[in-house]
Design a binder for this molecule. Structure first.
Ligand code: SF4
Length: 334
């Protein structure tokens, strides 16, 4: 039964649910991290064949993971169940710094902005020193799992300050000889500086391409400005090296998603369609509904078609979310 692989339909269902219950002793050793969605909640990475999914650990989830008793290449296999029925078999991947095979580090776990779906401004977390960051990268390197370094950050005081924080770190990170990805709120000219300092990819998040929704949920930010910075980034980093998270589930229509993907792809930017993760600290702050498996499949197919039309290949990504793919149904999953 080793061939019970996670299909695109199963991955869509898992992402739509977003959580799993699991005996904590099965979870491979992992560090804490608050990068990306599900901040503050520990999660698990399940890999089956070529596909990977990240699920938050929740005791009352309809999904569960249990030891299957099988082994493959010396690794213990696990089974994933939905309401008691086995859906797929695979293995659990260790995530030493947020996600497998990367040191993905959130430099500043605070934010002066107040995007209505995001728990970070409410958490007022830790700001890592250069020493903290290098220690994490070293740990992943020594474990032999460092294939990329990815940096992201909230905003402690100013957006310029976060760009400088990244620029201050890049010289020390270059010596690891792996691709480096950077995802921050962009400033004019920052792409050139990141590129010259050794970054190979950037992700500047539009969050949503529906300008009315953007205004409501990301009131302190400017969509046109982010798009302008994305355009600059493609000029510098080139096609297939610039990404942008596009949140799904904030009340946007599928037509608006199509239009948004088209606009970004035409510019040479690869959108990361990211299902919203309604967070308890943000209950009632904005419309946030996890997309259904059917919608995820429909939008991923739509994205695959549009990216193909513009010659974009997300599977070439070397860093950050497009490399990890744990939270999203991506074109290469189909
Ligand atoms: S897809 Fe991105 S946010 Fe999700 S686990 Fe992977 S690196 Fe983190």
């Amino acid at each position: 039964m080793h061939d019970r692989l996670m299909t695109p339909e199963i991955k869509a269902l898992l992402i739509s649910i977003g959580s799993v219950s699991i005996d904590p002793s099965l979870v491979p050793r992992a560090r804490g991290s608050t990068a990306g969605p599900g901040a503050g909640i520990s999660s698990v990475f399940f890999r089956s064949g070529e596909r990977r999914v990240r699920l938050s650990i929740r005791e009352d989830s309809p999904l569960s993971i249990e030891k299957s008793g099988d082994e493959s290449g010396g690794e213990s296999m696990v089974s994933l169940f939905f309401e008691g029925k086995e859906l797929a078999r695979g293995r659990l991947e260790p995530a030493l710094a947020h996600c497998p095979e990367q040191a993905f580090i959130t430099l500043c776990e605070r934010c002066i902005f107040d995007c209505k779906y995001c728990p970070v401004p409410k958490l007022q977390g830790h700001v890592k020193s250069e020493e903290d960051v290098l220690k994490i990268v070293d740990e992943v390197f020594k474990a032999g799992q460092l294939k990329a370094i990815s940096l992201t950050s909230g905003v402690e005081e100013t957006v310029e300050g976060e760009v400088d924080r990244v620029l201050g770190l890049l010289p020390a990170l270059k010596k690891y000889g792996v691709p480096i990805g950077v995802s921050v709120y962009p400033t004019e000219g920052c792409s050139r500086k990141f590129y010259e300092a050794g970054a190979s990819e950037v992700k500047y998040n539009v969050e949503t391409m529906d300008s009315e929704i953007f205004q409501k949920v990301c009131g302190g930010l400017f969509l046109d400005e982010i798009l302008e910075r994305l355009k600059e980034a493609v000029d510098i980093f080139g096609k297939n090296r610039v990404f942008s998270n596009f949140i799904i589930g904030l009340g946007e229509t599928d037509d608006a998603v199509r239009e948004g993907i088209e606009t970004l792809a035409k510019m040479g930017v690869i959108p990361v369609l990211r299902p919203v993760s309604p967070h308890p600290l943000r209950a009632g702050d904005c419309f946030a509904e996890r997309p259904s498996p059917e919608r995820l499949l429909k939008l991923a197919k739509m994205e695959a078609e549009i990216l193909k039309k513009y010659g974009l290949k997300p599977e070439l990504a070397e860093t950050m979310c497009p490399r990890c793919t744990g939270c999203d149904l991506v074109p290469s999953d189909l």
